[in-house]
Design a protein around this ligand. Sequence first.
Ligand code: SF4
Ligand code: SF4
Length: 323
Amino acid sequence: MEHNCCDYLLHQIVFDIFDVKPCCEDAKNKESINLIEGFNGTELNIQEYIEKRNELISKFQKGETPTACYNCPQIKKKNWNKEDIYFDRIIVANIAKCSCDCIYCVYTHNNPENKRIFNTRIPYDIKSILTDLKNKNHIKENFMLIVGGGECTEFDDGLLEWLIYFTISLNGRIQILSSGINYSKAIEKILQTGKVELIISPDAGTNSTYKKIKRINKFKNVWKNLEKYVKVSQYNTNSHVEVKYIIIPEINDSINEFDSFLRMCKKINCKNIHLDIEHFWFAENKEKKFPQNIKNILEYIKDREKEFNISFSSETEYWFKTR
Ligand code: SF4
Ligand code: SF4
């Protein structure tokens, strides 16, 4: 029977710094949906995870919405098969170290002091956990491994290379989220040979706006690195480099800024653009009136559809659907 639920609850698993959970929507809903709390990297009790996941699915089956999922744009109504236990999206997000300092970063949003703590924290060993999931046949073929933040080019001991190798050896695809401030030979190599999506989010077309958002002075480096990655990716049809623009009201929501961003994309020959809305702002304002500046950007981009391949985050789609 059809009922509301979401793909992430069934088939995605996120390894966060302290928890294991099905999604990273916490920031948007202001409530965590951690299925295993206080995880420290010891053996993953997958049975416990599935049982807690099933409790949430049962709520959906009864026509209720778990409070952490309230108004989540990922919810869909269809026939769901909770007996088929596998993960087709795995997110590695247990290492928060990053030299960037974005104003919307989940690690520091509530407390800027966390930056120092997270940058020096020793993470748990993700390799043994992924190997164990593989050995227990919980990873679906053609799965997607998402290497999230911190910043993967700052991982220790060849971990990024290991994650790439692990994914390729299982015939999976890899999505790499990077600040773009460092150029990585490992990313260059996978862009040349593998199935990869690289996503970098400069969020700005001018140096001054970049500095306001990222609180570092690396605007030129990021666009230069992006240009190199785009060039390399052109020789492999399985490679995809995407430049992201997270709209942050009152900071980068003017048409002038967005137009500068599009000009930078054109200059480096990147056609793939992803539009998003800053998640903390979205959580606070999703019930309110559609902001005119966001609307202006969404309308402006429509006229450029021949020049760029444009995709939208679920938050952006949410505005479209509900207004
Ligand atoms: S918060 Fe959204 S994405 Fe996460 S489990 Fe609930 S419905 Fe799914
Ligand atoms: S690049 Fe990612 S991890 Fe680094 S500060 Fe920005 S949001 Fe946080």
